[in-house]
Structure formats: structure tokens, C-alpha cells
Design a protein around this ligand. Structure first.
Ligand SMILES: *[C@@H]1O[C@H](CO)[C@@H](O)[C@H](O)[C@H]1NC(C)=O
Ligand SMILES: *[C@@H]1O[C@H](CO)[C@@H](O)[C@H](O)[C@H]1NC(C)=O
Ligand SMILES: *[C@@H]1O[C@H](CO)[C@@H](O)[C@H](O)[C@H]1NC(C)=O
Ligand SMILES: *[C@@H]1O[C@H](CO)[C@@H](O)[C@H](O)[C@H]1NC(C)=O
Length: 562
């Protein structure tokens, strides 16, 4: 365990290696001295492929894959009777796990039907609401209410989705009269629907945009569309190369954005990734900007079936979706990349991790894993925003995932480009190892600047109301004089549901701090204002981080409620 990599030295080796083989992969900038990113192997087996992952507010990670892949790496000999979804051959196998971050341990969960390539969203009480999947699971709605006693498990609703949803995307809506989730798309399904429905005879609604962006000969190129809830309450929907602003109340497209340059396609199986930049109290949480990175070259799917693997797209596009004249601003990643995860960090930078450089998504349809994450600094000068970070040794290809933990590390799991589990698969076998990447800023050497022991003062209610002030307490090692230094940032992060390079409903906001005082013993008492409305921040649990001089604290959980 604890494989430390000194950024600078390793980076030079990598740069040398890459410059001999893949000249376009040269780093655009070097890591600054003392900025050490550390890879750790957390365990040799997560039992199942981490195809889908989500961090709950109790610091457990719910992991699941597909029951139709048969035997997994985690037998359940004592499960009697063996549910159909766990049965394979004569054995019974887990296809879902609860990973406890603090104890680094796993507990099997039980699924009743197949969750393969499905979608989910957190509800305001922290419940993970999952929808769809495959076969008899494709219209199912499942719930998992997280627990700290390690006794909770999946339940499956008797209510069904209106349509089959396999490769759909979910987004929690900012409705103030109860939780409602928008579920859109799926293979050969050009509709969206709400869960729950607004009235008993409501079904699915047509979305012609999905038909228009569908490339049948390429297996879609518009599956798992990117969805971002914009600051005006409308939904930004991106599929293939096109995007719209959608008013889900009236079922109307109210804006059509320019097509993203760069050719190819950005959605499954040409799987790129997308992120919504942090919202900021300084502009009233109004400015919304999205970024889309990577994807596959035109024709990549048909070529991969013939075992020809085209280089992935290396371009990223940024667009301010709230601008009067929105345009894509294009820039180049250090190399071609697809099937990557894009993760918002508390420093407001973006981590691009996992994936491959050639081919497209799907079984055995990509080669050349990209082992080096990229760090993207959105506010640096164009051309200097990307840094290549030290590599992992583990290929994270199709059906891998990564997410931010409350302690500031990135959890990475999965990869399985085969129909079943295949531990002899060549060259990218089924991967069950779990890793953590620790950003340099979480290293102990920065503890002198790090806000420690962050807590939130909560009185009789169990959440913070929109627009209300609340108190954040933390400690600094060196006698803090808050007035004299750059004020710290208070950021909140809605943990996403992650699958297929999509971080559904990932969202970050910078909150306003109205006053700060030192209350003795080095404790800082900061008064922070909650987001103004569920449009800015849909109700639910958020990770709150205090960032002091660029160094983030570990996160404390805070809940925003109506
Ligand atoms: C994983 O397996 C390797 C090789 O068998 C072993 O050396 C290592 O200690 C294991 N690591 C963990 C975290 O279990
Ligand atoms: C499943 O869990 C959800 C969320 O906790 C709950 O509302 C629902 O009643 C549960 N359903 C069943 C069948 O237990
Ligand atoms: C597992 O991988 C090996 C080598 O790539 C291949 O020959 C075999 O057919 C695969 N098995 C399955 C079940 O896909
Ligand atoms: C944080 O709190 C723990 C007890 O909860 C205490 O032992 C520790 O000293 C605190 N850290 C600092 C920097 O004050």
C-alpha cells in the first residue's frame, strides 16, 4: 500500500516515455514543486465491477454493476433462497456493494433485477433513487436509503417507469413541492419522464431532439446524454454534438446552442464527458458554464468492430450557456481521450481521469488506456490550463468510475470490457482493484494552512433553509487573523451518481461568508449564507469544504431543505 510518487521525477519519466511513443502526449506544463499526487491501492477486490458508484452522506459508496454478467468476484454462499438476479450456475453472487470509506470495508447488497447501464439521482433525504437497467430490470425503480448500521439494502418499487431505460440520464429537479427526478433517453427511446409522475395517467413525453441526434449505424452516439440544471431552472441537454436548453415545466426547447466543433461525437458509445463549472454567490449564482471533453472520431464504432481503433478526440469545448451569444471556446487536452471521468475538486479545478486514447465505448472496443489523469485549471491562461499528473498502473477502460470522497481523495474502481467477468481477458481483464488518488493539497505537509475540524452548527432542525445564514466552525494551526489574509472560500458540492464517464447532477457552489471571528483556541466562527433556492442547489446533502489559501479542508456534510 501507499505507493508514493514524486510528481516531478515520475512526470519526467512519463514525458520521456510518451515522447518516444506518442509525441502528441507531451505535457503542456510541469507540476509545481512540492505538489505530490499519491496513488494508493485500497484493496485487491471490490468484489464486483464498479460500473456505477455514488457517495452517500454517511460516507459509504454504493457500487453496483449488472446482474446479467453472471458470477462476480464475490460469492454469497449463505444467501438462501438465491434471488434470480444473483444466481449464476450453481452459485449465488453479489452485484452490488456498500463500501465504507472510514473502515475501507465492503458489504454485499442484494438486487432483485438487472441494473446494467442504468441511472440514478439522490433525493432530498439522501436516498439514492435508481431507475432502469436491462431485461426485466429496464423499467424498474429502486431505492437505497443509506444507513450507518450497515443493515440497509435495496428495495424495488412496484411502480414501473413508463418506458424502458437502458443508458438514460437522471437529474434531480428543483421542485419545491416534493422530490421529482427527470429521466431522459435510453437505447431507442426518444422520450423523457418524471419519477414520480405529476398525475396518475402521466406517461413519457416525446423529445424529438433525441431522435435528431441519434446515429443508428453508430449505436446511438447520443446515449447517456449530458444534463446540467442551469441557473434559470431549465435543463441543458447535450447529445452527440448538439445541445438545447429545455423547459421541463412546459416541455419546450427554448434555446438551441451551436454545434460543438471538433467532429466526431461526445456521447455513448463515443463517450466523452462533461462538467458544469462552479456557481458563485458573487454573481448571484447566475453564470452557468459547461465543458465537454473528449469523445470518439466519426465512424469509431464500426471501425472498432473490425478491430480498427481510431484516435479519440482530444478537444474540449467550453460554453457559457447563460450568455446572450453563447459560443464554444475550444482547447486541446494533452492527448486524445475518451471514457474519462470529469471531477470537480474543491479548489475549483477539474480532474480528468480514467479512459483510453483509441476506439470507443463498449465491449473490447477501445485500446491504449490513458493512465495519467489531467488537471484542468479553468482560470489559467488558455494553453496553460492542463497539467499531466503521475500515472496509475491500472487500466480503467469501459465500465470504470471515479468520484470525490469527503476526505478529499478520489476513489477509482472498475473496468470490464467483457460481457462476463473475465480475469484472463487480454489485454484489459476485468478489474476489481480499488484505488485512491490523493491530491497534493490533501497531503499533511499543507496542514498548517488547512482548515481543520470543520463542523456546522445545527440547532433543532436537521437542515439549513434556503437563503438562511448558518455557522461553520473550524480550526487553524497558526493563530488565524482572518481579516488580514485572503478570505477563505466556502464551497458546497452535490455528490454525483457516476457511471459511463457521466457524473449525473454533479454541482458545486461558492457560498457567501458575511462575517468571521476568532472565538479563542484558534477556532474560527464563520457565518455563511445557504444558496438562495433549489434552482441554485436542489434540496439534499452537500459536502461543505473550507478552502484557505488554496488548501481545502476535509468536507463536512450539510443538508439544504425547503
Ligand atoms: C494485493 O495483492 C498483492 C499481491 O498479491 C499484495 O502484495 C498486496 O498486499 C495486496 N494489497 C491489498 C491492499 O490487499
Ligand atoms: C423503498 O424505499 C423508499 C425510500 O426510502 C421508500 O419511500 C419506499 O416506501 C420503500 N419501498 C418499499 C417497497 O419498501
Ligand atoms: C476472456 O478473455 C480471453 C482472452 O482475451 C478470451 O479468449 C475469452 O473468450 C474471454 N472469455 C469471455 C467469456 O469473454
Ligand atoms: C480537532 O478535534 C479533536 C477532537 O475532536 C481534537 O483532538 C483536535 O486537537 C482538534 N484539532 C485541532 C487542530 O484543534
Amino acid at each position: 500500500m501507499g505507493r508514493k510518487i514524486i510528481g516531478g521525477r515520475r512526470l519526467n519519466e512519463v514525458a520521456l516515455m510518451l515522447s518516444l511513443t506518442l509525441p502528441w502526449l507531451l505535457p503542456s506544463t510541469q507540476q509545481a514543486a512540492g505538489q505530490v499526487w499519491t496513488w494508493d491501492l485500497l484493496g485487491n477486490s471490490s468484489g464486483i465491477v464498479a460500473m456505477h458508484m455514488a457517495l452517500t452522506h454517511l460516507d459509504t459508496v454504493i457500487i453496483f454493476d449488472q446482474t446479467s454478467s453472471g458470477s462476480s468476484g464475490y460469492p454469497l454462499p449463505n444467501l438462501r433462497p438465491c434471488p434470480l438476479a444473483a444466481a449464476s450456475g450453481t452459485g449465488c453472487w453479489a452485484h452490488s456493494m456498500e463500501y465504507d470509506v472510514a473502515s475501507n470495508s465492503l458489504r454485499p447488497l442484494t438486487l432483485k433485477t438487472d441494473t446494467w447501464c442504468s441511472s440514478a439521482s439522490f433525493l432530498s433525504d439522501g436516498t439514492l433513487q435508481q431507475t432502469g437497467g436491462y431485461g426485466t430490470g429496464n423499467r424498474r425503480i429502486r431505492y437505497l436509503l443509506p444507513c450507518s448500521d450497515h443493515r440497509c439494502d435495496w428495495n424495488q418499487s412496484a411502480t414501473l417507469l413508463a418506458n424502458r431505460r437502458w443508458y438514460a440520464t437522471n437529474q434531480i429537479l428543483p421542485d419545491s413541492d416534493g422530490d421529482r427526478v427527470f429521466v431522459v433517453g435510453g437505447r431507442k427511446v426518444f422520450t423523457y419522464e418524471f419519477v414520480p409522475k405529476s398525475h396518475s395517467d402521466e406517461g413519457a413525453h416525446d423529445l424529438p431532439f433525441l431522435r435528431q441526434t441519434n446515429e443508428a449505424s453508430e449505436k446511438g452516439n447520443n446515449l447517456y446524454p449530458f444534463i446540467h440544471l442551469s441557473s434559470d431552472g431549465n435543463l441543458f441537454i447535450f447529445a452527440n454534438r448538439d445541445s438545447i436548453l429545455f423547459d421541463y415545466h412546459r416541455g419546450r426547447v427554448i434555446r438551441t446552442y451551436p454545434r460543438i466543433p471538433g467532429g466526431g461525437a461526445r456521447n455513448y458509445p463515443s463517450t466523452g464527458s462533461s462538467v458544469l463549472f462552479p456557481f458563485d454567490y458573487a454573481d448571484g449564482f447566475r453564470r452557468a458554464e459547461v465543458m465537454v471533453c473528449g469523445g470518439a472520431t466519426a465512424g469509431a464504432y464500426r471501425a472498432a468492430r473490425r478491430r480498427k481503433f481510431y484516435p479519440a478526440l482530444s478537444s474540449c469545448g467550453r460554453m457559457e450557456i447563460t450568455d446572450n451569444d453563447p459560443q464554444w471556446e475550444m482547447e486541446e487536452m494533452p492527448g486524445p481521450r475518451l471514457m474519462s471521468d470529469m471531477i470537480l475538486l474543491p479548489t475549483s479545478d477539474i480532474l480528468i481521469i480514467n479512459g483510453a486514447s483509441h476506439g470507443c465505448a463498449g465491449w473490447q472496443k477501445a485500446i491504449n488506456p490513458v493512465l495519467t489523469p489531467y488537471l484542468y485549471k479553468p482560470n489559467d491562461i488558455t494553453g496553460q490550463r492542463f497539467t499531466i499528473l503521475p500515472p496509475s498502473v491500472i487500466a480503467r477502460m469501459y465500465h470504470s468510475a471515479a468520484l470525490l470522497l469527503a476526505d478529499g481523495r478520489i476513489l477509482i474502481g472498475g473496468s470490464n470490457p467483457y460481457k462476463k467477468y473475465n480475469f484472463s481477458g487480454d489485454p484489459y481483464p476485468t478489474e476489481l482493484r480499488l484505488e485512491a488518488l490523493t491530491p497534493y493539497f490533501m497531503d499533511n505537509s499543507f496542514d498548517d494552512r488547512r482548515p481543520l475540524n470543520v463542523s456546522i452548527e445545527i440547532n433543532e432542525y436537521d437542515g439549513i433553509n434556503y437563503g438562511k445564514e448558518f455557522v461553520v466552525l473550524y480550526e487553524l494551526q497558526h493563530s488565524p487573523s482572518p481579516a488580514a489574509r485572503t478570505p477563505p472560500e466556502f464551497v458546497v458540492m452535490l455528490p454525483p451518481f457516476v457511471t459511463h464517464s457521466l457524473s449525473m447532477h454533479q454541482r458545486m457552489l461558492k457560498l457567501e461568508c458575511s462575517r468571521m471571528e476568532v472565538v479563542g483556541g484558534g477556532t474560527v466562527r464563520a457565518v455563511v449564507r445557504a444558496p438562495p433556492s433549489p434552482v441554485a442547489a436542489p434540496a439534499g446533502f452537500y459536502m461543505l469544504t473550507v478552502v484557505n489559501g488554496g488548501i481545502p479542508s476535509k468536507a463536512a456534510w450539510v443538508r439544504f431543505i425547503h
